[in-house]
Design a protein around this ligand. Structure first.
Ligand SMILES: Cc1cc2nc3c(=O)[nH]c(=O)nc-3n(C[C@H](O)[C@H](O)[C@H](O)COP(=O)(O)OP(=O)(O)OC[C@H]3O[C@@H](n4cnc5c(N)ncnc54)[C@H](O)[C@@H]3O)c2cc1C
Length: 404
């Protein structure tokens, strides 16, 4: 038998530890913080506990103080984290720091790793990733206007960014800026810079109000910000490539967490349907409600398989772009539909803030925009189908490489 879906014993054991930590520590603390109205205060203590329990920075190598897990094991860990609001933050594997750590690990110089990666993994600082701009379409990063111009032995950066998650309180930003406006192809025009957020000229304009409230998704301005050559991350003209390399695994990490959230919503739907009495029975007796359960179960199962397969491709160094795009689109939309069904089955309670579902639904909406909007992934997936057919006379390569 070539395929073995059995998870390795060490992954099962790690998942059990993370599951217990989320159930016994994070979920009750979050519930208490929510009821007391100040839901951020308890996280420092939880992070200390996670570190003490050996559940710290699971995606980072042991030499940096992490658990050294690969994408497959991370799929299990992240799904458990996604069952709570801030579980990933508690374990120090939340967006955007998780993606930034990977980027620094794989593309940073030794000096950059010591100065930026180590404190990030230690949890002493946070970071942000600044690519999107209000004036140009974020779906086409070649249009970025933020410019980095060489002045003497420094770079001068001027630009305007928005929706920069985690910017307030971050120690540094990975900023994508245009350094070579005439370069061909256009993907070679951008460069990534590490910019300290206390650098003169780096200003946080506001925390943008979204349909999910204020989530530290900031508008920032860079005016005459000066950085040395040593601030370039991954090489001049490599900004686009680095962004793509970062986004593949980072997108999948989002998917892993969203699976945990969707599973939580389906459990809430089921619990409610089994308890809510009407017409001499319960909601779960109704075929229309069973249909919602069945649709959700099928979509969730497909999501798990897609994410595990894409994680396997990344872990084994195979091409993963098509599968990550398929997984990202499917999981983001699956999340939206399952949380929406859970709201429906809860009736007025689901629509109210007495239950967490309305908040989950508002947060879920951004999944179809972040890390590539739905349509960008659909276009990418279709391009993969066409290329596979043209080159091989079959679409097999584009529908789950090497599967069937
Ligand atoms: C909560 C949140 C957090 C974010 N965090 C960050 C962050 O930390 N750092 C960062 O740099 N950015 C961040 N973003 C920005 C995000 O990456 C962009 O919103 C996204 O890339 C889309 O860019 P845009 O908003 O400029 O939309 P546009 O590019 O203007 O696209 C608008 C719409 O056009 C449609 N569209 C786009 N391309 C195509 C196409 N090829 N075919 C058909 N239709 C298309 C899609 O429906 C899309 O939603 C965040 C956004 C949100 C909502």
């Amino acid at each position: 038998m070539a395929i073995d879906f059995t998870l390795p014993p060490d992954v099962v054991a790690t998942r059990a530890r993370v599951r217990a930590f989320m159930q016994d520590e994070v979920a009750p603390t979050e519930a208490r913080m929510m009821s007391e109205g100040g839901w951020r205060q308890g996280y420092a203590a939880l992070r200390d506990k996670a570190r003490g329990a050996g559940l710290w920075a699971p995606h980072m190598p042991a030499e940096y103080g992490g658990m050294g897990l690969g994408p497959l094991a991370m799929a299990c860990v992240s799904a458990e984290c996604g069952r709570t609001m801030m579980g990933a933050y508690v374990l120090n594997c939340h967006a955007p720091d998780e993606g930034n750590m990977h980027t620094l690990l794989h593309h940073g110089t030794e000096e950059q790793k010591e100065r930026y990666l180590r404190p990030l993994v230690d949890g002493r600082v946070r970071s942000c990733f600044a690519m999107t701009e209000p004036e140009v379409a974020g779906s086409d990063p070649t249009g970025i206007r933020t410019a980095a111009v060489r002045v003497g032995d420094q770079w001068r950066i001027d630009g305007h960014k928005w929706f920069i998650s985690g910017a307030r309180g971050a120690a540094f930003a990975i900023v994508i800026a245009k350094t070579d406006p005439e370069a061909e192809p256009p993907q070679a025009r951008n460069t990534a810079f590490i910019v300290d957020t206390d650098a003169p000229g780096f200003t946080i304009v506001r925390d943008i109000e979204t349909m999910a409230g204020r989530g530290n998704h900031c508008e920032i301005r860079l005016e005459n910000v000066r950085v040395p050559d040593a601030a370039i991350l991954g090489g001049r003209g490599q900004g686009h490539r680095l962004g793509q390399a970062r986004l593949g695994p980072a997108r999948l990490a989002h998917c892993m967490r969203w699976i945990g959230t969707a599973e939580t919503a389906l459990e809430m739907l089921t619990r409610r349907a089994l308890a809510r009495e009407l017409h001499g029975g319960v909601l779960a007796d109704k075929q229309l409600v069973q249909g919602m359960m069945a649709e959700s179960a099928m979509e969730l199962y497909a999501a798990k398989l897609m994410v595990l397969h894409a994680a396997y491709l990344i872990e084994t160094g195979r091409p993963f772009r098509q599968e990550v795009s398929i997984a990202k689109h499917h999981v983001a939309n699956m999340l939206w539909r399952i949380v929406d069904r859970a709201v429906q089955v809860h009736g007025a309670l689901g629509y109210s803030s007495d239950a967490p579902l309305e908040r989950m639904l508002r947060h879920a909406r951004s999944a179809r925009l972040v890390d590539g909007a739905d349509e960008v992934h659909l276009q990418q997936i279709a391009a993969g189908v066409i290329a596979a057919f043209r080159e091989e006379g079959s679409t097999r390569r584009a529908t789950g490489a090497e599967l069937l």
